[in-house]
Design a binder for this molecule. Structure first.
Ligand SMILES: Nc1ncnc2c1ncn2[C@@H]1O[C@H](COP(=O)(O)OP(=O)(O)OP(=O)(O)O)[C@@H](O)[C@H]1O
Ligand SMILES: [Mg+2]
Length: 453
């Protein structure tokens, strides 16, 4: 690829030498004889690489570097310096120079550093593209329901602040996704997003996971370790399933939230920390408080901005868009042509009560896309539980007070469920013929045969 390169040196011979070297390998080279002239060029044109002397009158190479990093941070800057002033070049790398050349240098060295820069640039743009693809396409939160639209608006408003956010909602509703969105829309987006799943850790390890520890602070602590708070400094810390934090640690957590400082386990040194906390829970914390499992003062500290994500069954109008989103995701992941979902399947989806929420829908879609050889997905591509899950919803007990019609329906559905949806076997047990069973199921709105394996 032909690169646009700006060479800046008040020494005319150096300019000519580099210009010649790089034009020979077919790059576009512009030369400037001072920092001011270079600034002028940089304002007018785009350069992939700037190769500049450090020591120049008025506008030095360092000044130019700062100017470029401000204006076009993606431009790669390489500085040139005499042997005695290498320290300057090292300083320059700290503020964003890509590399430096020590004078005098050979044509080979110039070519080498340019090709290294070139490689770096293509890697960077590849990374950017990949990241964008992942972020934009599959990490997006999909939803059109009124409830989700309200949440999207809330995210926009709340993301820029440092306030603690508490995200509630059943399992699989998208709590983590929302937490990540809050981070991405904040001015902390370029810093770390650190997650700690409080439910996945034994109590004894939690404190050191959160705050880190010093070497020798407990058996097995064979080196100093940084905790999640330290790792998330300047960024966001997601405390997943906050209700699982043992009560004796809750006080310490409260202190970090209030004082913005903490100590590593086994250390007397207090460290300041700037972290935005997002907590999630799928338990009712008010209930945990009344049962003495959760500190009330911590609850109020955390619950500054509550976001409650509704269960999928309470926002069924999101389903078509989610289906489309996951079809696209898994078709592109498996390299399949984009599939459709037919009405029979969509009708099932709209009747199901989705105990596992969006995650369950995603899993169904993934499985169907991976297995199906057709371009249209139908009810047959989804598990029987989609049809039968409805039974759990209704409690499903025979009681005095129910009608014969309801009792019959319950018996039929229970038998069917027991037989994993196999209609022939269910009809056999029920002592009715399969056609009668089909008619009954039609009547109950379970018209579509799920796969009868
Ligand atoms: N609105 C949405 N749009 C797109 N994908 C979603 C949406 N909600 C959830 N998902 C996807 O569903 C899956 C589960 O979401 P997530 O992990 O955020 O749920 P959760 O509420 O944190 O669940 P748990 O309580 O089990 O930890 C993820 O793959 C996520 O990308
Ligand atoms: Mg989660």
């Amino acid at each position: 690829m032909k690169l646009n390169i700006l060479v800046v040196d008040d020494d005319k011979l150096v300019n000519e030498f580099i210009g010649e070297t790089l034009r020979r390998v077919r790059h576009n080279v512009t030369t400037a004889h001072s920092g001011e002239e270079a600034k002028g060029f940089l304002t007018e044109n785009n350069y992939d690489i700037v190769l500049s002397d450090i020591k120049m009158h008025k506008v030095s190479g360092m000044d130019l570097l700062k100017f470029i990093k401000e204006k076009t941070p993606d431009t790669v800057v390489i500085l040139m310096t005499a042997y005695g002033t290498v320290q300057n070049a090292v300083e320059a790398m700290k503020i964003g120079a890509f590399d430096y050349l020590i004078k005098p240098f050979s044509p080979d060295e110039v070519e080498m550093v340019i090709s290294k820069a070139h490689q770096f640039m293509s890697m960077q743009s590849e990374n950017r593209m990949l990241r964008q693809e992942v972020n934009d396409k599959y990490k997006t939160i999909v939803g059109v329901s009124k409830k989700m639209s309200e949440i999207f608006e809330l995210i926009q408003n709340v993301a820029p602040s440092r306030s603690t956010v508490m995200i509630g909602g059943e399992s699989g509703t998208g709590k983590e996704l929302i937490a990540r969105a809050l981070h991405q829309h904040s001015d902390r987006a370029d810093r770390q997003f650190i997650k700690l799943n409080c439910a996945a850790l034994p109590d004894g390890l939690m404190e050191s996971e959160l705050f880190g520890h010093e070497k020798g602070s407990f058996t097995g602590a064979d080196r100093q370790t940084r905790g999640r708070f330290e790792l998330a400094d300047g960024g966001t810390l997601l405390l997943d399933e906050i209700s699982e934090i043992p009560i004796k640690l809750q006080g310490k957590l409260l202190r970090v939230l209030q004082e913005r400082e903490f100590e590593r386990v086994g250390s007397g040194e207090t460290m300041p920390v700037d972290v935005r906390i997002i907590a999630t829970t799928n338990r009712n914390l008010k209930k945990e408080i009344s049962e003495g499992n959760f500190r009330e003062d911590l609850y109020y500290r955390l619950n500054v901005i509550p976001i409650e994500i509704p269960a999928l069954r309470d926002r069924m109008d999101d389903i078509p868009l989610l289906v489309d989103h996951f079809i696209e995701k898994y078709c592109s992941e498996t390299g399949k042509e984009k599939m459709q979902l037919d009405d029979s399947a969509m009708r099932l989806f709209m009747k199901y009560h989705w105990p596992g929420n969006v995650r369950e829908l995603e899993n169904f879609m993934e499985r169907a896309v991976v297995i199906s050889q057709e371009t249209t997905l139908t009810a047959k591509d989804f598990p029987n539980s989609l049809v039968l899950g409805k039974i759990d919803d209704k409690g499903g007990n025979f009681e005095v007070g129910m009608t014969v019609h309801d009792a019959e329906k319950l018996l039929i559905l229970k038998t069917l469920k027991d037989q994993d949806g196999n209609r022939t076997r269910a009809a056999d047990i029920l002592g009715i013929n399969p056609r009668t069973l089909r008619n009954k199921l039609n009547e109950y709105g379970i018209a579509e045969p799920a796969s009868e394996s």
